[in-house]
Design a binder for this molecule. Sequence first.
Ligand code: ATP
Length: 355
Amino acid sequence: MAEIRVENLRKTFGDFVAVADSSFTIDDGDFFVMLGPSGCGKTTTLRMIAGLELPSSGAIYLGGEDVTFNRASQRDIAFVFQLFALYPHMNVRQNIGFPLKCIGRPRSEIRERVEETARLLRIDHLLNKSVSGLAGGDRQRVALGRAIVRRPMAFLMDEPLGTLDAEFRDLMCEELRLLHDRIDATTVYVTHDQLEAMSMADKIAVMNKGYVEQFGAPQEIYDRPATMFVAEFIGSPPMNFLRFHGAVAKGAAAVRMDATEVILPVLREDRPEGELALGVRPEHIRFDDASGLRGEVFEAEYLGTNQIVTVETGQGMVKARLRADTRVSAGETVGLSFLSERLSLFDVSSGRAIQ
Ligand code: ATP
C-alpha cells in the first residue's frame, strides 16, 4: 500500500513562497505527474516527498504513515534523477546491482534480484556485457533496471528524460509507462512537458507559482480546465480565449458575440456583469458561412493530416484546427462556429472557470 498524501504542504525560502499549501492524494499504483513551467515548485514538492527538503508547514503521509519528519533513508522510496547515467567501468549486471550492493545486501540476493529485474526489462541476455558497447535503447533499460531493482514502495522521478533527444524520449516514455504497469509501484514524475504528462499520467497536478491549479485525470484537465492558466498550458495550440464584457445566467446560457449567439454548456452558477472569456479548443471550431461571428484569415499552417488556421476576429486572434483539405487563403473573410458542448467560460479577473 503506497498511497502518497500531502496536506497543506508549504515551503518558503525567506519571504519567497516556493510551494503554497498544496494538498492532494496519489492513489496506490498511480502514475502521477506534476506538470508546470520552470520555477513553479515541482522539484521542491518532490524533494519534500523524498525527504530531501523539510516542509515549512503541512504533512506528508506514505502508505498512511506520517513521514513528514522522517529522513530520506527512512522512506521506502527511490529518487531517480537522470535515467541515462551508467557506470562505464561496470558491466550490465554490476550496474543494475549497484544500489543493492550499496545497502549491503547479500550476493545471492543481489544476483537473484538483478536477474529478475533484467528479465522484466528483457535485457537478461545482456547481463555480462559491458555497458559501453550497448545500443541507446538498451542503455536506457539498464539505467531503468538500476532504478527499480530495490523495488521501493514508490518512485520519484525529476525530469528523468530531460536531456534525451526526441526519439529516445518517446521510446523511454513508452517503456517507463509499460514498466510501471508491470511493477505497479506508485510513481511521482515531474516534467514541464505537457505531451509527456498527458501520455503517461493516470493523474496530473498542474502547478503554477507554487499553487496546484488543477488535479485530475489527463482528459478531465484537457476537457474541463479549472483555470485560464491550465487551459493555456495544456494543448497545442492552446485553448483560444474570446474576451467580452457581459453577464451570464445559470442554466442554458448564451452569449452574444458579433452578430451571433453562442450557446454555452449548462452553467451551475450565475455570473454578474464583468470581463469574461469564452474558451474554445482549436479542434472545436468550424468554418460556417451562416455564422455571424466573422473574421479574416491571417495564415494557415499545413500539418499534413490537418492544418492550423489563424483567424483575426473582433475578439482577438483565434486558432482553428481544420481538415487539411479545407480550402483557405490569407485575407479571406470566414464565419466561425463552435461546438457548444465543448466550450469553457472563464471569469477573467479571477482566471477561474465558471462551472
Ligand atoms: P524547474 O523545472 O526549473 O526545476 P520547478 O518547478 O521544479 O522548476 P523548483 O525547483 O521547485 O521549481 O523551484 C521553485 C522556486 O523556488 C524557484 O523560484 C526556485 O528558484 C526557488 N528555490 C528552490 N530551491 C531554493 C533554495 N534552496 N533557495 C531559494 N530558492 C529556492
